[in-house]
Write a protein that binds this ligand. Structure first.
Ligand SMILES: Cc1ncc(COP(=O)(O)O)c(C=O)c1O
Length: 409
């Protein structure tokens, strides 16, 4: 039997596995390996990975341990326990003054990545179109494409503060009549924060032209300048929005796989139907640990936020002294900086070239983004105190030495 005939067209059909694809993270890992082989005594500065570098706070782990021993928590949780939705509702009210009914307007998810892949199944028919900002987290666009939808990318550019330009968005919406507009604020990778005026206009457009706003708020707790705004804060916003919140980044619970979706009741119900047919819900002990996090770990989030804000500001200063036009990031733990025309005499056209240069010459790992002009993303989730660097100061001293003084120390 020719197994190649089994593969769906969406993953390459008969060519699946035959075409050599090089993903940017593979290129980064290969270059990292080469650097370590050539410079075994030099520490690598890893600003590549975008996930929290510490354990959750001990009480979250304790809560998981305690709840894992409760017999009643072993069952299939399906679309979630009300207790968790109630904790999510209290969190939304306390942190952002958002009202959401825990019974009908909130549903837990097995991480927001999974929810982003499930949402299109509830809303898209083949041929529908989806507007998604680029650069961006690719999961909902990929799932939409797999369902036969058309993707309409909207570039996030510095001259518009990394928000879709409203006139362009409006004419695209009028012309293409999308079913979904995907937003992600606070934004990965640009670090941009949406304004209330911007979201108000998008909500108006959604009502006028009948589309769903999917707002990925995975970084809602990490706003450093200004404040988090949500379509759910705007009159009429809830009716047209599904917003996703994640416990991964705020509480360092990324491996726990827990988040929630909030929005208008019929929208949440539609998501719930797809969810119920594709997963059995997150382990109740994890939902209970998540309840504890949402209710009682605000101080931990504030400490995390302060740490990333401090690191972002230190990194931006060093990058500027090295000739890279970095500005303070208003949110997330990412610093998104434009690639200069040349660095240390090396002419540069793409972010991939700059990433290669920084790894091979300085053992500095970043992530390249070329989708809307060449930019690098520096993540402030680097690890200290365990291996390599003993402290945050050591990391920044090494960064300064390498980028500003061109010395590999
Ligand atoms: C923008 C964005 N959305 C969603 C996710 C997924 O987070 P999780 O599935 O852990 O909730 C990530 C993770 O990196 C992300 O950066």
């Amino acid at each position: 039997m020719n197994v190649q005939k089994l593969f769906a067209d969406r993953i390459g059909g008969e060519n699946f596995g035959k075409v050599q694809q090089t993903f940017k993270f593979t290129l980064i890992n290969n270059a990292k390996g080469d650097f370590i082989a050539k410079n075994p005594s030099v520490k690598v500065i890893d600003m590549g990975v975008g996930e929290p570098e510490e354990l959750p706070t001990p009480s979250i782990i304790e809560s998981l341990f305690t709840e894992a021993k409760v017999k009643g928590n072993r069952i299939y949780p399906c679309n979630g326990i009300l207790d968790f939705s109630q904790a999510a509702s209290r969190y939304l009210k306390r942190e952002f003054a958002i009202e959401a009914d825990p019974r009908t307007e909130i549903m837990h998810c097995v991480g927001t990545k999974t929810a982003l892949a499930q949402i299109p199944m509830a809303f898209l028919n083949p041929g529908d179109s989806v507007i998604a900002t680029v650069p961006g987290y690719p999961v909902l666009p990929k799932a939409s494409e797999w369902l036969g939808a058309r993707l309409l990318p909207v570039a996030l550019e510095a001259r518009h503060n990394f928000l879709p330009e409203l006139k362009e968005l409006e004419s695209l919406v009028r012309r293409e009549r999308p079913k979904i507009v995907l937003l992600n604020y606070p934004n990965n990778p640009t670090g941009a924060v949406a304004s209330k005026d911007f979201l108000r206009r998008v909500v108006e457009l959604a009502h006028e032209h009948c589309f769903l706003i999917v707002q990925d708020a995975a970084y809602a707790d990490y706003v450093h300048t200004g404040s988090f705004v949500s379509p759910l804060m705007i009159d009429g916003g809830k009716e047209v929005t599904l917003e996703l919140y994640s416990l991964s980044k705020s509480y360092n619970m990324q491996g726990y796989r827990l988040g929630f979706v909030a929005g208008g009741a019929p929208l949440v119900k539609a998501f719930g139907l797809v969810k119920d047919n594709t997963d059995n819900g997150q382990f109740i002990a994890i939902q209970k640990a998540g309840m504890h996090a949402l209710d009682s770990c605000g101080a931990f989030v504030r400490e995390n936020r302060e740490k990333y804000r401090r690191r972002l500001s230190r990194a931006a200063g060093i990058l500027r002294r090295s000739g890279i036009a970095a500005t303070e990031s208003p949110s997330t733990f990412y610093l998104y900086a434009p690639v200069p025309k040349e660095f240390r005499g090396v002419p540069l056209e793409t972010a991939q070239q700059m990433t290669d240069l920084l790894i091979t010459r300085y053992g500095l790992i970043t992530v390249p983004w070329d989708e809307a002009g060449p930019f690098l993303r520096f993540s402030m989730t680097f690890e200290v105190g365990t291996r390599d660097f003993g402290s945050e100061d050591e990391v920044f001293q090494a960064l300064e030495m390498r980028l500003v003084h061109d010395r590999l120390a």
